[in-house]
Design a protein around this ligand. Structure first.
Ligand SMILES: *Cc1c(COP(=O)(O)O)cnc(C)c1O
Length: 388
């Protein structure tokens, strides 16, 4: 609502708001939305949130849509922050452990947060046809929001994407193409065809607004913890949009005067068989090389090359955080462990945070008394193949 302009996340070049665009016209890197936070703060402040809708649109002053009629919503966001004390008891040191349960979002993953923002903005800017390459959940979310907006949806997914993702897209009216390859191969097809087909591409971070939807996880954490951020956040990282978004939200909240300069240690969790960010972090690199032969049942983590790699790595480093890989065996086993202890049937991506936390405790990176949040980014019911 209070957007001033878009800004290249790497070179800082200013781009006009209110026009349809993907990446920086100079360097081809992601664009981030900038707001007049002084204006936003006139009507948005902690007390003003009391009584607002239980969705991420409660933070409307720091979201990009201008005309409220363009919002395409199923009531996404404002997910529960559940304490996980039984799981905490199984750890070597006593941490104050919480699970932010994003599996309770529409289309059963936090991709709904990004898509409500992206499709609302696409509607505002006159788009009729959208396209996306997806590892699974982004496709399901885009298909649902596009259908609700009356748009045509074109989806390209690896052939071995979880069945639930393929079926949900088909049943919500999308055009689905399965590709013998990875998400990066799907991305190339969308890139090659979009001009001729008249598609607007909503790949994460190649589109400026999905990250705005996902940043609301940062606002919610602060609000749910009464404006005190946790000490550590474990985030299962694919494209890194949620981590980048939360990091942006913390800066915005500091500028709004709601929080101080203290930040949680941001921890990227990846699968050992697709860990480009973990590898680049420990090698001291600012950009991550493509991870060869990427494979993992945690399909949301199967992103061999993320366009926002430098933003993820910058945020992890600035926060004093780290990056951890766990094996597929560990993350699948963790689904049952979290499920039995907490009653939450998590996505394998979310469950990956538990073995990662154990490693961080063993290394002394996480110590007793710290408040730790793990993100369960989706619902396990969408991954039935992983549990056979
Ligand atoms: C997409 C996805 C991720 C990765 O999210 P990013 O913000 O792109 O890193 C993790 N878990 C699930 C379930 C996902 O669908």
């Amino acid at each position: 609502m209070n957007v001033t302009h878009l800004e290249c996340a790497l070179c800082g070049l200013r781009h006009e708001a209110g026009v349809l665009q993907n990446l920086c016209v100079e360097c081809g890197k992601p664009l981030l939305v900038r707001y007049d936070l002084k204006a936003a703060g006139q009507t948005l402040y902690p007390d003003s949130l009391k009584g607002r809708e239980s969705s991420l649109w409660r933070y409307r002053e720091v979201l990009p849509v201008r005309d409220w009629n363009n919002v395409v919503s199923f009531g996404e966001g404002w997910t529960p922050l559940l304490n996980a004390s039984r799981t905490a008891e199984s750890l070597e040191v006593a941490v104050d452990l919480y699970i932010k349960d994003e599996g309770q979002n529409p289309t059963q993953s936090f991709k709904a947060r990004g898509m409500t923002a992206a499709i609302s903005m696409a509607k505002e800017l006159g788009v009729r046809k959208v396209a996306v390459p997806s590892a699974g959940n982004a496709a399901g979310a885009m298909a649902a929001y596009a259908a609700r907006a009356g748009m045509e949806a074109h989806i390209f997914m690896p052939a071995d994407t979880p069945r639930a993702n393929v079926i949900e897209c088909e049943q919500t009216g999308a055009h689905v193409t399965l590709i013998d390859g990875l998400i990066t191969d799907c991305g190339k097809i969308v890139g090659d065809r979009k001009k001729d087909e008249g598609w607007f591409e909503v790949s994460t971070l190649k589109e400026p607004y999905r990250v705005e939807g996902k940043k609301t996880m940062g606002y919610e954490l602060a609000e749910q913890f009464n404006w005190e951020l946790p000490d550590v956040i474990l985030y299962p990282t694919g494209g890194g949009t949620g981590l980048i978004g939360m990091w942006k939200a913390f800066d915005e909240m500091e500028q709004l005067g709601w929080i101080g300069p203290k930040r949680p240690k941001m921890v990227s969790v990846q699968s050992a068989t697709c860990a480009p960010i973990v590898r680049a972090f420990h090698a001291g690199e600012r950009f991550a090389n493509e991870f060869e032969n990427a494979a993992t049942v945690a399909s949301g983590l199967r992103v061999p090359k993320a366009i926002g790699d430098f933003l993820i790595l910058d945020a992890i480093r600035a926060s004093g955080g780290t990056a951890v890989a766990v094996t597929d065996e560990e993350l699948v086993a963790a689904v049952k462990e979290v499920g039995a202890a907490e009653g939450i049937f998590t996505a394998p991506e979310g469950a990956a945070c538990l073995p990662a936390l154990r490693k961080l405790i063993a290394d002394g990176f996480v110590t007793g008394g710290e408040r730790v949040v793990i993100f369960n980014t989706g619902a396990g019911v969408k991954y039935l193949e992983a549990f056979q």
